[in-house]
Design a protein around this ligand. Sequence first.
Ligand SMILES: Cc1cc2nc3c(=O)[nH]c(=O)nc-3n(C[C@H](O)[C@H](O)[C@H](O)COP(=O)(O)OP(=O)(O)OC[C@H]3O[C@@H](n4cnc5c(N)ncnc54)[C@H](O)[C@@H]3O)c2cc1C
Length: 337
Amino acid sequence: MEQEIYDIAVIGGGPVGMFTAFYASLRHVKTILVESLATLGGQVTALYPEKTILDVAGFSGIKGSAFIAELDKQLHLFPVDIKTETTVVNVEQTGELFTVTTDVGEPFQAKKVIITTGKGAFEPRKMQVEGVDELVGQGVHYFVTHKQDFANHHVAIAGGGDSAVDMATMLNQVTASTTIIHRRDNFRAMEQSVLALEQSTVIRETPKKITHIEKENNGQLKITLEQVKDSDSVSDILVDDLIINYGFISENKTIQGWAIQPEISGQVFKVDQAMQTSVPGIFAVGDASHYSGKSDLIAIGFGEAPHAVNAAIRQFDPLRGGPGHSSSMVLKDGTIS
Ligand SMILES: Cc1cc2nc3c(=O)[nH]c(=O)nc-3n(C[C@H](O)[C@H](O)[C@H](O)COP(=O)(O)OP(=O)(O)OC[C@H]3O[C@@H](n4cnc5c(N)ncnc54)[C@H](O)[C@@H]3O)c2cc1C
C-alpha cells in the first residue's frame, strides 16, 4: 500500500503543537498532528486544567481547559489529520522525505517534520518526608484537576513557585481556609501573582519546612512545621488536604530509537533562527526547542510556530512566497477561504 505523504507532520499535541498544526493548515499545506495521549493540550490539560492563564495574548485570564478548547476550535477551522493515542516511535530520512512510524497504524511520510513534544514525560517532584507517599490519595495530592473537590475544605499547599502561588489564590476562592507553606520568605512567582497572594486571605507559613505528616482519627492531616534555621520553633496545623507543588521533573526519551538524531541541548533540541534542528528539514518549537535566552512559555512557542512552518514551506515550495496575513484569506462575502 502506498504511504500517505504529508507536507508537514507535527509531532506532539500540546498547546504549541496545536497552534503549529493550525498555522500550517492556514497556509494550506497537507498537515498531520500526532499526539500520544487521548486528549490534546499537553501540560495544560494534564497538569493545570483549572489554572487561570494570564500571559497569553488576547485573553484577560482564561482557565486552562477553556484555553485548550479555544485552540481546538481554531485547529478545526481548516483540514488537519489529527491522530491521538498515537506515539511516534521513529523518524527516518528516506530520500527527500521523512518516514514517520507510530505505535499504531501504518507509517506515513512527510516532507518536513516539526517536533512539538515538550520536554517528554514528566512527573511531580516528590516531597521527601517519611510516610507521605502512603497518604497520597488520602488527603495528600500532587495534582488538582477540579477545584470544586476542595470546596469548604481546609487546604495546605507546599511550595513557593508560580504554580504553588497561583494554586493557593485559585483554591482560596472555594476553600474554608488555605495555607501556603514555603521554606523561604520570598515566593518565586510572577510579581502580580505574589501581589494577589499577599492581598488575599491565604495564610502564609514562611520560612518553614514540613517535617512530619500524620493522619488523625477524624481523617484530617496533622502537619508539623519547623522554622527554617530554628529547629526548636515547631508548630502543627490541621488540614483536610495537602497539595504538594514542588514542580515537575522530566526525562526526555522522545527520540530514543529514532533513526534521525538532532543535536540536543539539555533535554531538548538545539535550533537555529528558523527553528530548524541540526537535521535539515526537522524543526522543533515550544518547550522542545532550545536557543540562547529561551523561556518555556506558551506565548513564546506560539511565536516560534509560524517561523518553523514558513521556513518548512520555503524549503519544499520556494516559489510560493508569503506568508500573507490571515485576513488576506477572507473572501468578499466575509467567509474564510
Ligand atoms: C504547573 C504549570 C503551570 C504553567 N503555567 C503557565 C502559564 O501560566 N503560562 C505559560 O505560558 N506557560 C505555563 N506553563 C508552561 C507551559 O505549560 C508550557 O510552556 C507549554 O505546555 C509548552 O507547550 P508544548 O506544546 O511545547 O509542550 P507540552 O505542553 O509539553 O506538550 C507536548 C505534547 O507532546 C506529546 N508527545 C510527547 N512525545 C510524543 C511522541 N513521541 N509522539 C506523540 N506525542 C508526543 C505529549 O504527550 C504532550 O501532549 C506552565 C507549566 C506548568 C507545569
